[in-house]
Write a protein that binds this ligand. Structure first.
Ligand code: UD1
Length: 434
C-alpha cells in the first residue's frame, strides 16, 4: 500500500537544466534479453532506478540469474545459471513487461511458462501477436490455468507478418529468433527507438539482425550468444517529453541534456504547432521555452514515428490551458483517458467521446486533490498541478514511481514547489511548503 502523495503549489516556472535518465522501456527489454546469454556477465549502464526495474530483476532472479546494481545506475546480470523456465504469476501480473521473458526463455530452454499478463489500467492488452509469431517458429503453445506454456525442440526461422506493429511482440519474436535455426523475417514490425536499442544490444551479444528501425527486420539465427556485453541504455524519450511539456506549461525555459533528440520528432512538431519554442542544439541537447499563448492543437496517437501514446496524457494537460479547442485521438490503447475526470476536478474542460478527447482550453486551473490512474496519467496530473492556482495533491504514486526516477526532487531543483509527504507527516510538511 502506498500512503504517500505529492503536494504541489502551482505557479512556479521550470527553469534550468535537466539530465535525462535511461529509458525504462528499453532497460526492461534488455534485461529480458539477457536470458539469451549463457556464457558471460552482462553489464547495463544508464539503468533508471524504478519500481518496474526491480520487478524485472526479481523475474530474472526467479529464473536463476544473479542481478544487482554495482553503482547507482549500473546493473550487472549474470544469466549463466538460469535453470528455470517458469516466471511466477505474482511478478508477471505486477508488471506486464515481465511477459518479455517468454521468447528468450523458450529460445534458451526449449520451454517457457509465463503467466498471461491480463488487462491493465489502460486496456485489455492481449498477447496474441506474440504467440502467433512464436508458433510460426515452431513453438507449441497452450494456455493452462492462466499460464502460457510454450514448448519447442528447436525454433526454426520463419516469415512472420504482424497484424499490428506491437512493440512487445516485435521484441519477443526478435529475441527468440536470435537462437532459431535459419532466417526469420518479421514484417510490419514496430519502429519504436527501443527496438533499435534492443537490436544493437543483441548484435553486441553476437546476434545477426538487420532492419531494426524499418518495418521489416531480418534475423539470422546463431548457435549461441556469447559475447560479453557492456551496454548503455538509450535515454528516455517519454521522460524527455514530460519535462518538455512541463517547461511549456509553466512558461519556463529548460535545457535537456542526454536527450534522444532524433526520437522526439513528432512531439517536437506538435509542440511547435502549439506555439512552444524548441531549439535543437545538437543530437543530444535541446532547449524548450514556453510562451503565451499555448495554441490548441489536434493530436492522434500512432505507432512510431507517429505521436506516442505515452505522451498523450501530458499533451492533454498542456491543451487544458491552451487558447482554443483541441482534440486528442487515442488509437493505440482503448482506455487512456481516465485522467480526464481528475483534470476536470482542477477546472479543465474535457469531454471524452469514444476514442477522442475534446479539450477546450481554460485560462486558469485550480489545485485539487487528484489521483493517478496510470503511469502517464499520474505524470500529467503533476504537470497540471504545476500551473494550477493553489495546492494540488496527487495520490496513487505507485503509478508514477513505476516510470519516473526522483521526479519530484528533479522538478523541485528546477523551481517547482513540490514535495512528497506520507499520511503521517502530511500536515506538518504541507505547512512548511506554504
Ligand atoms: C509498449 C510500451 C508502452 C507503450 C506501448 C506502445 C514497454 C514496456 N511498454 O507496450 O509503454 O505505450 O509499447 O508504444 O515497452 N496488442 C494486441 N495483441 C498483442 C500485442 C499488442 O492486440 O499481442 C495491442 C495492444 O492491446 C495495444 C496495441 O496492440 O492496443 C499496442 O500494444 P504494444 O505495442 O504491444 O504495447 P506494449 O509492448 O505492451
Amino acid at each position: 500500500m502506498n500512503f504517500e502523495r505529492l503536494i504541489i503549489q502551482g505557479g512556479y516556472a521550470l527553469e534550468g537544466q535537466v539530465k535525462l535518465n535511461g529509458a525504462k522501456n528499453s532497460a526492461l527489454v534488455l534485461m529480458a534479453a539477457s536470458v539469451l546469454g549463457k556464457q558471460d556477465i552482462i553489464v547495463l549502464e544508464n539503468v533508471p532506478r524504478l519500481a518496474d526495474i526491480e520487478v524485472m530483476a526479481d523475474v530474472l532472479r526467479s529464473l536463476g540469474a544473479k542481478v544487482h546494481f554495482t553503482d547507482k545506475n549500473t546493473l550487472e546480470i549474470d544469466p549463466r545459471n538460469i535453470d528455470k523456465y517458469s516466471a511466477p504469476y505474482e511478478l508477471v501480473t505486477k508488471m506486464r513487461a515481465s511477459f518479455f521473458v517468454l521468447g528468450p526463455l523458450l529460445a534458451r530452454m526449449g520451454r517457457a511458462e509465463v503467466a498471461l499478463p491480463g488487462g491493465c489500467a489502460i486496456g485489455s492488452r492481449p498477447v496474441d501477436i506474440h504467440l502467433k509469431g512464436l508458433e510460426a517458429m515452431g513453438a507449441q503453445i497452450e494456455i493452462e490455468h492462466g499460464n502460457v506454456i510454450a514448448k519447442v525442440d528447436k525454433l526454426v526461422g520463419a516469415e512472420i507478418y504482424l497484424n499490428f506493429p506491437s512493440v512487445g511482440a516485435t521484441e519477443n519474436i526478435m529475441m527468440a529468433a536470435c537462437l532459431a535455426e535459419g532466417t526469420t523475417r518479421i514484417y510490419n514490425v514496430a519502429r519504436e527507438p527501443e527496438i533499435e536499442d534492443l537490436a544493437n544490444f543483441l548484435i553486441k551479444m553476437g546476434a545477426k539482425i538487420t532492419g531494426a528501425g524499418s518495418d521489416i527486420i531480418t534475423i539470422e539465427g546463431v548457435e549461441s550468444l556469447r559475447q560479453p556485453v557492456h551496454y548503455s541504455v538509450m535515454s528516455d524519450r517519454i521522460e524527455a517529453g514530460t519535462f518538455m511539456i512541463g517547461a511549456a506549461m509553466t512558461r519556463g525555459t529548460l535545457r535537456l541534456e542526454h536527450a534522444p533528440v532524433a526520437s522526439l520528432d513528432s512531439l517536437i512538431a506538435k509542440m511547435r504547432e502549439a506555439n512552444v519554442l524548441i531549439d535543437i542544439i545538437d543530437d543530444h541537447t535541446l532547449e524548450v521555452r514556453g510562451r503565451h499563448p499555448i495554441l490548441a492543437t489536434h493530436v492522434r496517437t500512432l505507432p512510431h514515428p507517429g505521436f506516442p501514446t505515452d505522451m498523450q496524457a501530458q499533451f492533454a494537460a498542456m491543451m487544458a490551458i491552451a487558447d482554443g479547442t483541441s482534440s486528442i485521438t487515442e488509437t493505440v490503447f482503448e482506455n487512456r483517458f481516465m485522467y480526464a475526470d481528475e483534470m476536470q476536478r482542477m477546472g479543465a474542460n474535457i469531454r471524452v467521446e469514444g476514442k477522442t478527447a475534446i479539450i477546450s482550453g481554460v485560462p486558469r486551473l485550480s489545485g485539487a486533490p487528484v489521483q493517478g490512474t496510470d503511469l502517464r496519467a499520474a505524470a500529467a496530473l503533476v504537470l497540471t498541478g504545476l500551473v494550477a492556482e493553489g495546492e494540488t495533491s496527487v495520490s496513487n504514486l505507485f503509478y508514477l514511481d513505476r516510470g519516473y526516477e526522483c521526479f519530484e526532487q528533479r522538478l523541485a531543483s528546477l523551481g517547482a514547489r513540490i514535495c512528497r509527504v506520507s499520511v503521517k507527516t502530511e500536515k506538518q510538511e504541507a505547512v512548511s511548503l506554504a
